[in-house]
Design a protein around this ligand. Structure first.
Ligand code: IPM
Ligand code: MN
Length: 350
């Protein structure tokens, strides 16, 4: 059975890292006869500036109805300071395709990459689930008396019972499926009383349905401290959209930096979107210096989502081996460019 994949390289270093990821995907697809069929889309800042259109009419429906997954590089370009095209495409897909799970594993692959003293691969291995369709990202609010000394700005933070319950439930289901011991819910309910109350109550109610899994609550300020001080205490963390955005950058740093971190924007059973956590890094675009590992591990995560478990671990093992042999880009202590670092992984696929 054919599965169609939409490939959107995007801006900055996006095209380079997606190119490396595509070599891996194409190799695995051919040799293991996965039946994946790739369609490339050139939506980007360049195209937006040229045409004034971020995503052509009907494109979102086309992706929703005809694709199994989206493989995306990065968006962001200094020539589009308001990030309009990024908001339309990336946040557009998260919202319109209802990709409510933002899945961001934090797994250290080599002791050498860990910035924490006395911590290693045994301590840094957990998963963060970030709610991905509401919170502060809904864009609700407004401005009053803008540009005057009395200016007022209101930015709403929206939580719904449905939205909170489904991400919390997903975190528990994941813990159950993968044999993780605990789920930690993190918020700021001591200050954000209304949304916090909804999160706390829902977490307690859902948690009771999973007696085999320990569950505990932690304020998000304390969470950032404990992620650095004692990362081994975490198995699965679930949190809202904004806190999830922030703590997953911290998580990326714990596993060796933004260059290696992968993420999935998922609606179980529907078309889902996979992207490295790093941004478009315009400064490094076209220089053959960007680390392709984030994009390659993202490709592996996409294969796992599509049910190709063996191929996912094959790629993960190849990445780990290249890291252990120092055949990486400079950010990980190697001396290779983007292309060569991708080749180093490719040749380890057997
Ligand atoms: C991320 C990014 C995005 C976000 C930006 C690019 C809108 O930081 O995926 O973490 O804030 O969600
Ligand atoms: Mn972010």
């Amino acid at each position: 059975m054919t599965k169609r994949i939409a490939v959107i390289p995007g801006d900055g270093i996006g095209p380079e890292v997606i190119d490396a990821g595509m070599r891996v995907l194409e190799r695995v697809n051919d040799e293991h006869r996965l039946g994946l069929e790739f369609t490339h889309f050139t939506w980007s800042a360049d195209e937006y500036l040229r045409t004034g259109v971020s995503m052509p009419p009907g494109a979102m429906e086309d992706i929703r109805d005809h694709y199994a997954a989206v493989y995306l590089g990065a968006f962001g370009d200094p020539r589009v300071p308001d990030m309009k095209h990024a908001a339309d495409i990336l946040l557009g897909m998260r919202f319109q395709l209802d990709l409510y799970v933002n899945y961001r594993p934090v797994k250290l692959l080599d002791e050498r990459l860990c910035p924490l003293k006395g911590k290693g691969v045994a301590e840094i291995d957990f998963v963060i689930f970030r709610e991905n369709t509401e919170g502060a990202y809904v864009g609700m609010g407004g401005a009053f008396k803008k540009g005057t000394a009395e200016e007022v700005a209101v930015q709403e933070d929206v939580s719904t019972r449905k939205g909170v319950e489904r991400i919390i439930r997903y975190a528990f289901e994941y813990a159950k499926r993968t044999g993780r011991k605990s789920v930690c819910m993190s918020d700021k309910s001591n200050v954000m009383r209304f949304g916090g109350d909804l999160w706390v109550r829902t977490f307690e109610e859902v948690g009771r349905e999973y007696p085999g899994i320990e569950h505990f609550h932690m304020f998000v300020d304390a969470l950032t401290m404990q992620m650095v001080r004692a990362p081994e205490m975490f198995d699965v963390i679930v949190t809202n959209n904004m806190f999830g955005d922030i703590v997953t950058d911290l998580g990326a740093a714990l596993q060796g930096g933004l260059g290696v971190a992968a993420s999935g924007n998922i609606h179980p059973g529907r078309v889902s979107l996979f992207e490295p956590i790093h941004g478009s890094a315009p400064k490094y675009a076209g220089k053959d210096t960007a680390n392709p590992i984030g994009a390659i591990l993202t490709a592996a995560m996409m294969l796992e989502y599509l049910g190709f478990y063996e191929e996912c671990s094959l790629i993960e093992r190849a990445v780990t081996s290249a890291i252990l042999d120092h055949e990486t880009t400079k950010d990980l202590g190697g001396s290779l460019g983007t292309r060569a670092a991708g080749e180093a992984i490719l040749k380890r696929l057997g």
